[in-house]
Design a protein around this ligand. Structure first.
Ligand code: GRF
Length: 206
């Protein structure tokens, strides 16, 4: 069977993107990252991808007058790569409902909290302010409900005494780098699907 074609959307550093690229390059997932798209021209992850021979595209949101026009340009860029799966990995733009529906069941996002707790930004700081004892990350299918789509899998980490937002973020990020390639692998194997608004995983080894 042909390798699944994966397009990754980023906005910055791209360490989650790199984790998926490495898993694909090392043959740990039955997929190939064929395209990386950033909404920021200076996203660090672009260099990592192009150094590995992966096509990169910038769709700079600031060049578009409206969300709809940005979404249209982004969809055009995505569709040129003919992906089986789209992964939002630190992609910091809210996408419109029409865009999201176009890729329903084949678009995943990684979010740095145990959803439904702490949707949105600044999750690490907010967990600490609430004196939370557990934190983590979630991979979910993307729906128009921001950070509210069907959860596929989560990885939990403890909040340690003395943590600040940076130490906690670093612990969560390590968990993200394990979880995201694993879930992408399930999708590429055809074991992960979206059915009636719920994630269905067949024979996942976890
Ligand atoms: C990650 O924590 C991701 O979950 C969040 O933003 C961060 C992006 O990091 N949405 P990177 O660009 O993958 O290194």
């Amino acid at each position: 069977m042909a390798l699944a074609r994966i397009t990754i959307l980023i906005s910055g550093r791209g360490s989650n993107m790199a984790a998926v690229i490495d898993a694909a390059t090392e043959g740990r997932i039955e997929g190939a990252v064929t395209h990386v798209i950033s909404n920021r021209p200076n996203a660090g992850g672009l260099e990592y991808a192009s150094a590995r021979g992966i096509a990169t595209t910038v769709v700079d949101h600031s060049a578009y007058p409206s969300r709809e026009s940005f979404d249209t340009a982004l969809a055009d860029a995505i569709d040129r790569g003919e992906p089986d799966l789209i992964v939002l990995a630190g992609f910091m733009r809210i996408l419109g409902a029409a865009f999201v529906h176009r890729y329903e069941g084949r678009m995943l996002n990684i979010h740095p909290s145990l959803l439904p707790a702490y949707p949105g930004t600044q999750t690490h700081r907010r967990v600490l302010e609430d004196h939370g004892t557990r934190h983590g990350c979630t991979v979910h299918f993307v729906t128009p409900d921001v950070d509210g789509g069907p959860v596929v899998a989560q990885a939990e980490v403890p909040v340690m005494p003395g943590d600040d937002a940076d130490t906690l973020a670093a612990r969560v990020l390590e968990a993200e780098h394990r979880l995201l390639p694993e879930v992408v692998g399930w999708f590429c194997d055809g074991r992960l699907t979206l059915h009636a608004g719920r994630a269905r995983i067949r024979d996942a080894q976890r």
